[in-house]
Design a protein around this ligand. Structure first.
Ligand code: PMP
Length: 414
């Protein structure tokens, strides 16, 4: 493939064209949230100025336009995720809601209906963001199931043999894992892990938040994935919109998280018959504009080309690993994770918050702290870190500014 036209792509992000403390903004916080390009902003404007109305319940023209736009957005995102006829896609407010919908949906059905029962086991990887851990802790408490953690080794890697050993005990009903750890960049062998878990009879959950903008798994090629979650704002889409996609048969097992309008076929004072998928899991007025904007973001990414974006991000990450490791004492987490779009590191003797502040003064935006993955960082014996994360508009020059800023922070503060 041809190299990514970074300069051409970059000018499509108006928010990047500003100075921070007198320096051009180097936005390296894309793992937390990515900015929106013009095509997405324009799609939102068109929707808000020409189509905005509530969906489904209106016969009037605007309602019909909004419904068509919402349906088209779903089709675009199904395409983006490589969904087949066996898959369905539900809009959520983000990854967090998608994962809560799955976890709660598997225990909330009541006796005789819930997938999770006392004495079942839930296995969650030890690499997870709190959003793919806390809902499972709660599901275990509510269902009486037991929660087991598939721990990574000292380098932060997950191993198939360790999962096989956990599965051998029997009774595993759920296995949840990330496609890329947001705190380290680790890319677990999730295809093989999902396969093992599914063969053992578990429903499988993949958190795709950190790969949404470049390495999104293709569902058609991932037959062992029952549920996949991602957030729009991590793939150049709007805030407050996300996706739960998955195998129809698995989604059918979920008790809805939101009961109310638009998700029933028929209701009486004392009971209701829920609608079919996807409406059954989308109670209430959805974020219609968000879905429209997210579809525009998916088209934008595919136009740039996911393979070209991935190659560009790998090059930036490799440059950052080499440059930061060359600074004495700096510890890079998961340096072997070559296809991550993020790099987390520590500078012994310097608090990440101070590193982040010095970088901000130089116009370089990074994130510091536990990155909502406190158990993992504790397991790795590491504590809070500084994290830089890349998107398709970032340049080698910006990575150089990151490296120089970290070197300076170490000299000033250590
Ligand atoms: N999982 C991972 C791996 C993430 O990186 C994030 C966002 N930091 C989330 C889940 C939660 O996403 P959101 O806050 O958009 O719901």
């Amino acid at each position: 493939h041809t190299p990514l036209p970074v300069a051409e792509l970059r000018v499509q992000f108006p928010i990047l064209a500003q100075a921070i403390h007198g320096h051009p903004l180097a936005y390296l916080d894309n793992a937390a949230s990515t900015p929106m390009p013009l095509p997405v902003l324009q799609a939102l404007e068109t929707f808000e100025t020409q189509q905005r109305a509530n969906i489904h319940r209106g016969v009037h023209t605007l309602s019909q336009r909004a419904t068509d736009a919402f349906d088209a957005a779903r089709a675009t995102l199904k395409d983006y995720l490589g969904a087949t006829a066996e898959h369905e896609l539900v809009f959520t407010s983000g990854t967090t809601e998608a994962l809560n919908l799955v976890a709660q949906g598997l225990w909330a059905g009541g006796p005789g209906h819930a997938w999770l029962r006392p004495s079942d086991r839930i296995i969650v990887s030890g690499l997870e963001h709190h959003a793919n851990l806390l809902p499972w802790q709660h599901a275990a408490r509510m269902s009486g199931a037991q929660l087991d953690i598939l721990l990574p080794d000292a380098e932060g890697r997950l191993h198939e043999a360790d999962l096989a050993a956990l599965l051998d005990v029997g009774g595993a009903r759920v296995f949840a894992v990330t496609a890329c750890a947001n705190a380290t960049g680790e890319r677990p062998p999730y295809e093989a892990l999902l396969r093992l878990a599914r063969q053992a009879g578990a429903l499988t959950v993949l958190d795709a938040a950190q790969v949404a903008a470049h390495g999104t798994p293709v569902l058609a090629q991932l037959p062992d994935c029952d549920f996949l979650a991602l957030s729009g704002h991590k793939m150049h889409g709007p805030l407050g919109i996300g996706v739960l996609a998955g195998r129809r048969e698995a989604l059918e097992r979920l008790h809805p998280l939101r009961l109310g309008g638009d998700m029933v076929e028929q209701a009486s004072y004392h009971g209701a018959r829920y609608a079919a998928l996807p409406a059954r899991l989308e109670g209430g007025t959805p974020n219609i504009a968000g879905a429209v904007g997210l579809a525009a973001a998916a088209r934008f990414i595919d136009q740039a080309g996911r393979a070209a974006i991935g190659a560009h991000l790998q090059a930036l990450r490799a440059q950052a690993v080499a440059g930061l490791q060359a600074i004495p004492d700096v510890r890079v987490l998961s340096p072997h994770a070559t296809d991550a779009a993020l790099i987390a590191f520590t500078v012994p003797g310097v608090h990440p918050h101070d590193v982040g502040q010095l970088l901000d003064e130089a116009g370089v935006a990074v994130r510091t702290g536990h990155h909502c993955a406190q158990p993992l960082l504790e397991h790795l014996g590491c504590g809070p870190t500084t994290r830089a994360s890349f998107a398709l508009f970032n340049t080698a020059d910006e990575v150089e500014r990151l490296i120089a800023g970290v070197a300076r922070a170490r000299e000033l503060l250590q």
